[in-house]
Design a protein around this ligand. Structure first.
Ligand code: ZN
Ligand code: ZN
Length: 193
């Protein structure tokens, strides 16, 4: 079995958190990590107990939803709430941080920002990260086999592919199909640990 890298694991955690987002504009997840341990997580959503954009629609001013607190901010505030130091920590975000979150990340002493997708990467945010000596690195999101259903799907597809091979499909064709199945369902390998 292929083992996923730490980067892929923490980014997967952020992707999972993004699924909890309550704003319809963008589902973002963020995970703060220290010494390879998750210390906090957040997603794009309203204040605790507030109405959700998914129920009431977004509250848009100047093309921004002002109801939501961004995922990175929520993760940092979770640390503030429970007194967890963020100095020297790393953050994994599904999207490149906005300018406001960038400043909060710098000020909280985060030393590395991993992000999956580019998102209007603001030149000033890039500048500020550089000035603060914060490394930003894009991480490829893995497709991870997580549940018994995934195993069943893969087994089923392999059974069908084997039938196809039996009925005379060429080896080259079959190799292509198997590769595609791996791409769709399994962890993609990544060199960094
Ligand atoms: Zn919203
Ligand atoms: Zn933000």
């Amino acid at each position: 079995m292929e083992r996923i890298s730490w980067n892929q694991y923490f980014m997967a955690q952020s992707s999972l958190l993004a699924l909890r987002s309550t704003c319809t504009r963008l589902a973002v997840g963020a995970t703060i990590v220290r010494d390879k341990r998750i210390i906090a997580g957040g997603y794009n959503g309203s204040i605790a107990g507030g109405v959700h954009c998914i129920d009431d629609g977004c509250y848009v001013i100047d093309n921004h939803c002002v109801r939501t607190i961004h995922a990175e901010m929520n993760a940092l505030l979770q640390c503030a709430k429970f007194g967890v130091p963020t100095e020297g920590a790393e953050i994994y975000v599904t999207h490149f941080p906005c300018l406001q979150c960038c400043k909060a990340i710098v000020q909280a002493g985060i030393k590395k920002v991993f992000y999956a997708a580019d998102y209007k990467n603001h030149p000033y945010a890039i500048d500020l990260f550089e000035q603060a000596g914060i490394v930003t690195e894009q991480v490829e999101q893995a497709r991870i086999e997580i549940g018994p259903d995934d195993k069943m799907r893969i087994d089923f597809i392999h059974t069908m592919l084997n039938k196809l091979a039996d009925s005379g499909a060429s080896q080259a064709e079959m190799d292509e199909y198997y590769k595609k199945v791996d791409q769709l369902f399994l962890v993609s390998s990544e060199s960094s640990s």
